[in-house]
Design a protein around this ligand. Structure first.
Ligand code: COA
Length: 355
């Protein structure tokens, strides 16, 4: 029995490979460094979808279909969005996603790919007392998200983020999506499973606390002192360490590059770099035998903050990128035709309790 299924190979995939020892992420044959900042989210989704939908054409065709899907999702939910706007942001997004048709065609996949991008900005604005902004079918996907958020800068940085998190091996939410797809349920069911798994703080819920940590350090004004105290007190520094990567998380560098090309965050970025240096020094001093390096969440937090998302929306933006991977994995799993159905180890109740 293996409680966390570590090292259990549960699927064969052409989609991505997480090379923990080398600090490499390969997405369908391409190292992440060749994709983030170079490819658009639409091109990356096309790369992931290839071979899984009979009527998929080229990346431009996917981009056009995705633009129309954003408009369709907005129209479908506009009457209902007020009814769920009182829910916590992520739960409201999940509730509206559940209202989409549950098929397995490319049109279903495009609606689901569009859904977080449309729903999250609309809900953020409604919850802040503003009106939702309708999507523009002919805009780039990331640019349209920025526009729907009511902002004008940061589309390239958001695009690089969405590409960076689009797929990452058999992580918990992707596995959940594949289990559901293996029953031959529709893609909405798989995406809802992915959304449920991503919500937890051990998976997609971590970047918000990075902002809390940075704010606490900024208020005190002494990175080294704050970090030494935290480590001496046995706290974990948010945005450092990883279960699989035994070196720097390659996604941290992809996101840092995206941030560096995004001017307005300069002072905040310099401060974060100082915190990062102090954290790495502190961790190396205390754990010389273990590589604890910067992970994806550190620069995710800075990037999403810079492009204008509130920190309670960070997990929803993660879903906006990862939904591409969920959809591709769901189709890949369904096409194997094999139901995922592991065994459990039954533990006999003690005789006294059974009696
Ligand atoms: N800050 C301080 N100490 C850390 C640390 C961190 N961020 N990450 C690991 N450590 C320490 C642990 O306290 C542990 O020390 P111990 O052996 O004295 O108990 C040691 O390093 C090994 O930790 P372990 O829990 O085995 O590492 P892991 O590889 O299983 O954990 C994480 C990975 C991500 C859970 C862990 O690094 C962590 O909690 N990071 C902070 C939260 C975070 O950024 N999450 C987002 C991940 S993408």
């Amino acid at each position: 029995m293996n409680n966390g299924l570590e090292n259990v190979v549960a699927a064969e995939t052409v989609l991505s490979d997480v090379r923990g020892a080398e600090g490499q992420l390969i997405i369908r044959g391409h190292p992440l460094s060749a994709l983030a900042g170079h490819w658009t989210f639409e091109q990356t989704a096309h790369l992931l979808f290839t071979g899984f939908f009979a009527d998929l054409t080229d990346a431009a065709g996917l981009a056009a279909g995705l633009g129309m899907a954003r408009v369709e999702v907005f129209e479908r939910v506009r009457e209902r969005i007020g009814a769920v706007a009182e829910l916590p942001l992520y739960d409201a997004m999940r509730a509206l996603t559940a209202m989409l048709p549950d098929g397995t065609a490319l049109s279903d996949a495009l609606r689901l790919l569009a859904a977080p991008a449309v729903l999250l900005p609309a809900l953020i604005r409604l919850q802040a007392g503003d009106t939702a902004i309708a999507p523009a079918a002919d805009a780039g996907h990331a640019a349209d998200v920025i526009r729907m958020l009511g902002r004008s800068d940061g589309a390239a940085a958001l695009d690089a983020y969405l590409v960076t998190v689009s797929d990452h091996g058999l992580n918990a939410s992707t596995f959940a999506a594949r289990v559901v797809a293996s029953t031959q349920a529709g893609l909405t069911s798989s995406v809802l499973a992915g959304l449920g798994a991503l919500k937890g703080p051990l998976h997609g819920g971590a970047p918000g606390p990075v902002i809390d940590m940075l704010d606490a350090i900024a208020a005190e004004g002494d990175s080294r002192g704050w970090i030494d105290r935290a480590l001496d007190g046995g706290d974990r520094l948010m945005g450092f360490g990883h279960r699989v990567y035994r070196t720097r998380d390659p996604r941290a560098d992809a996101l840092k590059a995206a941030l560096l090309s995004f001017g307005p965050v300069d002072a905040r970025l310099r401060f974060a770099e100082d915190v990062e240096r102090a954290a790495l020094e502190g961790l190396r001093r205390r754990k010389p035998d273990r590589v604890i390096d910067t992970n994806v969440e550190f620069y995710t937090a800075l990037l999403l903050e810079a492009v204008g998302f509130p920190k309670h929306g960070f997990t929803g933006v993660f879903a906006m990128g990862r939904v591409a991977g969920w959809l591709a994995h769901a189709r890949e799993q369904a096409l194997t035709g094999r139901l995922i159905r592991p065994a459990s180890l039954y533990v006999e109740p003690p005789a006294s309790r059974a009696a």
